[in-house]
Design a protein around this ligand. Structure first.
Ligand code: UDX
Length: 439
């Protein structure tokens, strides 16, 4: 079938390429000129494993093409997936102005042929209703708005889209559900995943509740890590013990300096705002946010406890992206860590396998960049690990010690076994686990 995708970021471009990969004809459109030009030149404008190959092959086989304007997409596609940004306002509330503007523009393009408008951006409950009302006031052309939230993780977005745990569709008409079943049939066939059909509001809430719960799990284990720090217990072993209960599961119980990214911070803030507005109470999610905000501070506290004053000290910061497998810096804890180091007049030398080009545009010119992890460690007073890149965990602790000026590693992602660090003669502090010392 003909599918349109509006907004070609991590969600939209992955969705467009995967729909083409499974046999649909996809027309993508993004209103940002530089992104549109990148894609017209066949270039994926961000790092996402496997995506460039998928885009290239589907452009070549003619199933994927890009347009600069909205009208050709609406003229051709029966189902139009809306994947534009829904960033946070200062209050934490979701900024839906791009969604409203697109709804208005879509109304002007509907020409009497039935279209399904698919809300894939993560939006607060009731947004679908607002979209329908806006469009209905502007056109008599037949359409339905459905909710189809994405559950992809950056770094594994292609796999998560082609083999999802579940597909959720919230709608109100059989005609819309029929088109959505056609769109997802190839993916359901190849993955065997369940497709849930419900109403729009329920689908919107499934998404927000899922992300808020995952973020809650992370803040929960980070709160346990704070207790472990005060008692000498080991949070990773606590998580292992908890995770043996299938109702809890070990997933998303990795203690560290906290979550970042384009989703959890935004979605928790938006859901807290909705809960506050609708129920008058958002204490649970505000606690999740507060615990998460403490992560970078706890890391710096460990560093100060070893180095005393940070002024004039050379600190190697390993990792800038919010998680491994992506160059996405949005809400990365690295920014809070580096900001505190610079405020303490430390000298920062950072390294990240893929995120440095983007980081150079955002970080202070005072931050130095290394050509490799070992280069960053060279002659540093301490190393701070912010992102759990596999290449950092594969470093030889003895090599780390030999490179450092002082044998001090502060690990914000618990990527090393403490006993290996101690054997190598390092002082190693991590999150929620007893420190090991070389002196
Ligand atoms: C998340 C959800 O997982 C995904 O389902 C949703 O569609 C979008 O948001 P993403 O933000 O890409 O995906 O990455 P994810 O792997 O969930 O990690 C988010 C953050 O949590 C990262 O900063 C990661 O370092 C952190 N994290 C994750 C932890 O600190 N501990 C964990 O145990 C897991």
């Amino acid at each position: 079938m003909k599918i349109g995708v509006i907004g070609l970021g991590h969600v939209g471009l992955v969705s467009a390429a995967c729909f083409a990969e499974v046999g649909h004809h996809v027309i993508g459109m993004d209103h940002m000129p530089e992104r549109a030009q990148d894609l017209l030149d066949g270039r994926v404008p961000f790092f996402e494993p496997g995506l460039q190959e998928l885009v290239t092959s589907n452009i070549q086989n003619g199933r994927l093409r890009f347009e600069r304007e909205l009208r050709p997409v609406v003229d051709e596609a029966e189902a139009i997936f809306i994947c534009v940004g829904t960033p946070s306002l200062p209050s934490g509330e979701a900024d839906l102005s791009q969604i409203e503007a697109l709804a208005t523009e879509l109304a002007g393009c509907l020409d009497g042929s039935y279209r399904v408008l698919v809300e894939k951006s993560t939006v607060p409950v009731n947004t679908g209703h607002q979209m329908s009302r806006t469009i209905s006031r502007l056109t008599d052309s037949p359409f339905d708005v459905v909710s189809n939230p994405e559950f992809l993780r950056e770094g594994s977005a292609v796999e998560d889209t082609l083999s999802p745990d579940r597909i959720v569709v919230g709608g109100s008409s059989e005609r819309a559900f029929t088109l959505m079943r056609e769109a997802f049939e190839p993916i359901v066939q190849r993955s065997g995943c369940k497709m849930i059909e419900t109403d729009v509001k329920t689908a919107e809430l499934i998404k927000h509740a899922s992300n808020a719960f995952l973020a809650t799990k992370i803040s929960f284990i980070n709160h346990i890590a704070e207790v472990c720090d005060k008692t000498g217990a080991n949070v990773d072993l606590v998580a292992d013990g908890m995770g043996l209960d299938p109702r809890i599961s070990r997933e998303f119980l990795d203690a560290g300096i906290g979550y970042g990214g384009s989703c959890f911070p935004k979605d928790v803030a938006a859901f807290a705002s909705v809960a506050r507005e609708l129920t008058g109470d958002s204490a649970l999610l505000e606690a999740v946010q507060a615990i998460n905000a403490r992560g970078p501070k706890r890391l710096i506290e460990r560093l100060r406890s070893e180095l005393w004053y940070l002024k004039g000290k050379r600190i190697a910061v390993l990792g800038l992206s919010f998680k491994p497998g992506t160059d996405d810096l949005r809400d990365s804890p690295a920014f809070a860590v580096i900001e505190e180091l610079l405020a303490s007049e430390a000298h920062v030398c950072a390294y990240d396998p893929v995120a440095m080009p983007a980081a150079k545009e955002r970080l202070s010119p005072a931050v130095g960049f290394a050509t490799s992890a070992m280069d960053a460690l060279e002659d540093a007073h301490a190393a701070v690990i912010v992102t759990a890149w596999p290449e950092f965990a594969e470093l030889d602790p003895v090599e780390i010690r030999l490179a450092l000026h002082l044998p001090i590693v502060v690990d914000g992602r618990n990527i090393f076994p403490p006993e290996r660090m101690q054997e190598a003669g390092l002082t190693y502090l991590s999150m929620g686990r007893p420190p090991v010392r070389s002196d």
